[in-house]
Design a protein around this ligand. Structure first.
Ligand code: TGC
Ligand code: FAD
Length: 386
């Protein structure tokens, strides 16, 4: 039992869930942990190679069924996200965007032909997807998006710009959300289509072990068969976000756990004033408060996972988890950094890397403020978005 699991939440996991967790933890220990500090420093990550390794283990679209997907439980998927993000939030992002956003959009809203064309190779990691909702001028408010898709004979012509798109520069297929005369629709667009230009966003101070880009669509012509037939209105992309946000509820706990384990170990071995840091009451107060918050977050994730597995999970419940677990993970990462003193700002330790990453996690998939407003609306019946 992990010393951080104060409430023995692990004992309520099934043997299969624990097994999946062990396998993903091992993968992260072998293929991510030894290299991720360098990837972060260089702002580059071998995402395509990693995707193939993750594909071999069935981690891409693992909670989906058919088309080579594992069909695992929501809790098993959450545990996988937790272990991946214990390595780095950017690594969990790679898997979230591929499985919960790009693959889910095609799996949930696509035609039989689109599913057959894209999903099997996306599950193996041979084909990479991205999910393009955000625009330079429209982030929290995607209903105002400016990207347009107009009919021209049997084709659609897409025009606009998408910004801050994870996996953009390595993607083979982009799920593009655009406004049409009938409302918002989704399109599975091969990125080699003429008129698609992708530019990497450099100089990020967060999520540096993740590929982020801008996608320009200059009158991109795609056949009618590229439109996702079941994606009607804004609720289609928001439905994908509910999937991905659930993964983040768990993932953030992984980043926080890695910080806590590092701080615990450091505080036990580092001596000042003739005793280990861990022996000071002030250090213990920090560790105790953080472990309590972490345990509460784990319980919250497990409850959301149970609701998801019972097909009863509401979007506002996911907002509770995303708001709390990311906010607390960031607070834990910052507090752990203080325990490491000067070493806390060194890339030799993972703590500030996690804290910096969590700044992005706090913002993407709905900012904290957006999730507060979702919960506020649930409580009061009043929308305070505009
Ligand atoms: P609103 O009128 O509330 O809703 C429109 C329709 O959508 C339904 N709906 C949802 N459905 C499923 N899941 C959700 N989470 C849903 N939220 C709302 C709603 O019931 C309604 O359905 P219907 O049948 O009545 O049409 O829409 P609104 O325009 O007022 O916006 C609501 C708001 C602000 C909550 C929404 O726009 C929002 O969530 N904004 C945040 C945008 C966001 O999260 N963007 C994320 C981009 S992707 C990303 O960040 C990937 S990072 C990936 C990584 O690297 O891990
Ligand atoms: P804005 O919407 O401009 O918000 C700025 C501030 O104003 C925030 O604090 C916000 O909470 C606040 N605010 C906005 N509206 C309100 C309101 N009504 N009331 C109170 N406060 C408000 N997007 C994708 O589509 N696909 C991706 O793969 C993707 N990957 C990303 C990867 C990274 C590393 C990052 C950083 C972002 C990514 N995003 C992606 C974009 C992300 O989803 C947006 O950044 C996010 O939705 C917020 O939009 P914004 O940055 O435009 O901020």
């Amino acid at each position: 039992m992990s010393p951080l699991d104060l409430l023995d939440v692990d004992s309520s996991l099934s043997a299969e869930e624990r097994q999946i967790r062990t396998v993903v933890r091992q993968l992260v220990d072998e293929q991510v942990r030894p290299y991720v500090a360098a990837w972060y420093e260089e702002g580059r990550v071998p995402a395509r190679e990693l995707a193939r390794e993750f594909g071999k283990l069935g981690l891409l679209g693992m909670h989906l069924t058919g088309y080579g997907c594992a069909g695992s439980s929501a809790i098993a998927y959450g545990l996988a996200c937790l272990e991946l993000e214990a390595g780095d939030s950017g690594i969990r992002s790679l898997v979230s965007v591929q499985g919960s956003l790009a693959m889910y959009a095609i799996w949930r809203y696509g035609s039989a032909e689109q599913k057959q064309r894209w999903l099997p190779t996306m599950a193996t990691g041979e084909t990479i997807g991205c999910f393009a909702l955000t625009e330079p001028d429209h982030g929290s408010d995607p209903a105002s998006m400016a990207t347009r898709a107009r009919r021209d004979g049997d084709d659609w012509v897409l025009h606009g710009t998408k910004m801050w798109i994870t996996n953009a520069t390595i993607a083979d297929v982009a799920v593009i959300w655009a406004r049409t005369d009938e409302g918002i629709r989704g399109f599975a667009v091969p990125t080699r289509t003429p008129g698609v230009t992708v530019r990497e966003i450099r100089r990020k101070m967060s999520l540096r072990a993740s590929v982020t880009g801008e996608i320009s669509l200059d009158d991109v012509r795609v056949p009618a068969s590229a439109q996702l037939p079941e994606a009607v209105g804004l609720k289609a992309p928001l439905g994908c976000l509910t999937e991905a946000r659930h993964g983040i509820v768990w993932g953030a706990l992984g980043a926080a756990r890695d910080c806590l384990e590092t701080a615990l170990q450091y505080a036990s071995s580092r001596t000042q004033f003739g005793r280990p840091l861990a022996g000071f009451q002030l250090t213990q107060a920090k560790l105790a408060d953080m472990a309590v918050e972490w345990s509460k977050g784990y319980l919250l994730a497990l409850q959301l996972g149970r609701l998801a597995d019972a097909h009863r999970l509401r979007p506002d419940q996911v907002s509770v988890g995303k708001l709390n677990n990311v906010r607390e993970a960031l607070a834990i990462a910052r507090q752990c950094r203080t325990i490491l003193g000067a070493n806390g700002v060194s890339g030799e330790y993972p703590v500030l890397r996690h804290a910096n990453n969590l700044e992005s996690v706090l913002t993407y998939e709905g900012t904290s403020e957006i999730h507060q407003l979702v919960i506020g609306q649930r409580l009061t019946g009043l929308s305070a978005f505009a």
